[in-house]
Ligand binder design. Structure first.
Ligand code: HEC
Ligand code: HEC
Ligand code: HEC
Ligand code: HEC
Ligand code: HEC
Ligand code: HEC
Ligand code: HEC
Ligand code: HEC
Length: 406
């Protein structure tokens, strides 16, 4: 071996020895041990942008836990952990609806009676609402649940995954908010599924996370309770619905639930607030359609809410009358009025029908309209609302007849 070759192999050897140090992350004690303990996690992490950039497990989980027996000392990351390096995304997230997901959940009257596994254990409501910031009390009750891995799942934390509409699917589906089903079978979704992500048709992120903005918020929101309402006829229906939500008491005065509505940004509470969200949505449509076309379409969506509210108000009043007649007794501590937010905790069959009418069928009537899905608006929405009303009328008449016979 000549001198030149020897020094070359020396250099190579040194580089080889240094490699683990240069690769940084690969040599951390966390990764060394977790290669055996949780190989899938290590593989995922190293395949993502953060792993490739040389970050280590300890950047998010701390370094308190070092052996196989002290893993209870590990830190479980929250949005604050990510904030250290991703200030912009966390700020946007905090100003939008997703960060409020846990507030909405725990404000529900029935949440307190649900099984632990269902809320804190993330098996039911908690499994989706963990996208919101969890308060300290909740964290003490349930070890796991962090918001930022809701769309870019750990430990790859991929931007590409979060950018696919499938990232929204687990939560925005099913009974009361089938946006996945509505969008994916609309013309927008069908173009996406036949042509792929070409940008010709919009996906969820195109309309709701413009340019990667982590602040999600719509004009109407989930419950579609705009205030103030200039259309007097419509305001009449809305007042009845607000009573049904116990945001107003039966006499029409605000209750403490109004504070929850404010804290959870459940409704837009000024004309300007509502209009600002509507205008930014119209700007999105205008990338591909004329503004007039888009405006007319969204206006027709608004009209569907009014249609649904009319049927809803009639149904609520029928059930409220049964309370007035004493045929339904109020639950302890509650006003003598049906409570739509009791959900499936409602104790009479007629109130079960009423809550399904509200949460499933009313939602579908307008959500379908906003997601260009005539089938949802018609057969899963308006048609069902009419059917519910017929059933509620018949059941109320039966209850009244029965009471008169006694
Ligand atoms: C000597 C081996 C070893 C080392 C070193 C090690 N861990 Fe662990 N770690 C474990 C074991 C074992 C568990 C428990 C696995 C289980 O519950 O099945 C664990 C659990 C965890 C958990 C999950 C805790 C939970 O409650 O689910 C995290 C997060 C974690 N380790 C991160 C780290 C980080 C970060 C480091 C480096 C600072 C590290 N580990 C170093 C062995 C190790
Ligand atoms: C960018 C931040 C980040 C980094 C870096 C990170 N994790 Fe995590 N890890 C998380 C988050 C977020 C959770 C979910 C916490 C929760 O549910 O409360 C988590 C949860 C875990 C869990 C428990 C959940 C499960 O699926 O078993 C283990 C184990 C774990 N991490 C191991 C690791 C290991 C090993 C590394 C390094 C290879 C690592 N983490 C690096 C953010 C991170
Ligand atoms: C110590 C700083 C640090 C922390 C803490 C941190 N990140 Fe990162 N993150 C980075 C860096 C640096 C990159 C850019 C890596 C690159 O592109 O080379 C990155 C990139 C990302 C990306 C883009 C990935 C891609 O596919 O391009 C996502 C998503 C992300 N981080 C999410 C998170 C989440 C969620 C948390 C909290 C659980 C978190 N990060 C915590 C430093 C951090
Ligand atoms: C499959 C995931 C999932 C489950 C399970 C789930 N939710 Fe939700 N929840 C959502 C989504 C998504 C929204 C927003 C829907 C929308 O705006 O159309 C939402 C909205 C809400 C809202 C309205 C928030 C607002 O500000 O308008 C309340 C209240 C609520 N959920 C309570 C509950 C309760 C209570 C449970 C359990 C009985 C539950 N959720 C179960 C995903 C879920
Ligand atoms: C509702 C889904 C969703 C949630 C929840 C979410 N993200 Fe994202 N995130 C996305 C999408 C979509 C993108 C891709 C944006 C793009 O390509 O413009 C993204 C991209 C990112 C990026 C890469 C930005 C860039 O331009 O490279 C970072 C960093 C990030 N998110 C951090 C976070 C943090 C921190 C949280 C928790 C507060 C979080 N994300 C929660 C959907 C989400
Ligand atoms: C073409 C744009 C567009 C696409 C694509 C889109 N949405 Fe929407 N979305 C809207 C409009 C418009 C509204 C109603 C806005 C308003 O209140 O004025 C809305 C409302 C919502 C709401 C509030 C409740 C409701 O349904 O009215 C949620 C939640 C939502 N969309 C989620 C999604 C998800 C998840 C996807 C993908 C599966 C998606 N959207 C795809 C335009 C879109
Ligand atoms: C882990 C579950 C989860 C995932 C994943 C998720 N969301 Fe949500 N989303 C929710 C919940 C819960 C709410 C209601 C938050 C609240 O109570 O304020 C919500 C609310 C919204 C709203 C606000 C509706 C309003 O009231 O104005 C929009 C828009 C939205 N999500 C869009 C998306 C999009 C787009 C994606 C995918 C990129 C996505 N979400 C992914 C659970 C999720
Ligand atoms: C990225 C481009 C793009 C955006 C953004 C977009 N659309 Fe579309 N839209 C299309 C394409 C392409 C079609 C199919 C061709 C057509 O019918 O115009 C379509 C179809 C439609 C249709 C006809 C559906 C049917 O069943 O025939 C309506 C209504 C519609 N869009 C409304 C909207 C509204 C309202 C918005 C904003 C909330 C919007 N679009 C945003 C590209 C877009």
């Amino acid at each position: 071996m000549n001198r030149r070759k020897m020094s070359l192999s020396l250099i190579m050897g040194t580089i080889f020895l240094m490699f683990p140090l240069l690769a940084g992350a690969e040599e951390s004690i966390c990764i060394a041990c977790h290669n055996d303990v949780t190989p899938g996690i290590v593989k995922d992490f190293l395949s993502g942008a953060m792993g490739k950039s040389g970050m280590d497990c300890s950047d998010c989980h701390g370094s308190e836990h070092k052996t196989a027996n002290d893993s209870s000392r590990v830190q479980l990351p929250t949005e604050k952990t990510c904030q250290k390096c991703h200030e912009i995304q966390v700020e946007q997230y905090m100003s939008g609806k997703h960060s409020l997901g846990w507030i909405a959940l725990t404000a529900m009257p029935e949440t307190g009676f649900q099984p632990h596994a269902y809320i804190q254990g993330l098996k039911g409501c908690g499994g989706c609402h963990k996208i919101g910031v969890r308060d300290e009390k909740t964290k003490a009750e349930g070890r796991y649940g962090s918001p930022c891995d809701s769309c870019h799942t750990r430990h790859k934390f991929s931007k590409e995954e979060a950018n696919s509409p499938q990232a929204c699917r687990t939560c925005h589906m099913g009974f009361d908010h089938p946006q996945w089903e509505m969008w994916s079978s609309s013309k927008h979704g069908v173009i996406y599924s036949t042509e792929g992500d070409t940008g010709r048709a919009p996906k969820c992120q195109t309309c709701h996370m413009v340019e990667g903005d982590h602040r999600v918020m719509t004009a109407w929101g989930f419950l579609a309770l705009r205030l103030p309402e200039e259309d007097e006829e419509w305001m009449g229906y809305r007042t009845t619905i607000l009573k049904g939500l116990h945001i107003l008491d039966p006499e029409g005065n605000p209750t403490p639930r109004l504070d929850v509505v404010k804290a959870g940004k459940v409704a837009r509470l000024s004309k300007e607030e509502w209009q600002a969200e509507r205008d930014s949505m119209l700007d999105v449509c205008a990338n591909c359609h004329s503004k007039s076309y888009a405006r007319r379409n969204l206006k027709n969506g608004d009209e569907m809410i009014k249609e649904a509210d009319k049927l809803m108000a009639e149904a609520i009043e029928i059930v409220a009358d049964l309370y007035e007649r004493g045929l339904i007794k109020p639950q302890e501590g509650k006003a003598a009025y049906p409570d739509l937010l009791a959900f499936y905790g409602a104790v009479t069959p007629i109130e079960q029908t009423l809550y399904v009418m509200f949460l499933e069928h009313r939602m579908r009537a307008f959500q379908g309209a906003f997601h260009m899905n005539p089938d949802y608006t018609t057969w899963y929405g308006l048609a069902e609302l009419n059917k519910d009303l017929v059933e509620i009328k018949a059941e109320a008449e039966r209850m009244i007849r029965e009471s008169e016979r006694k």
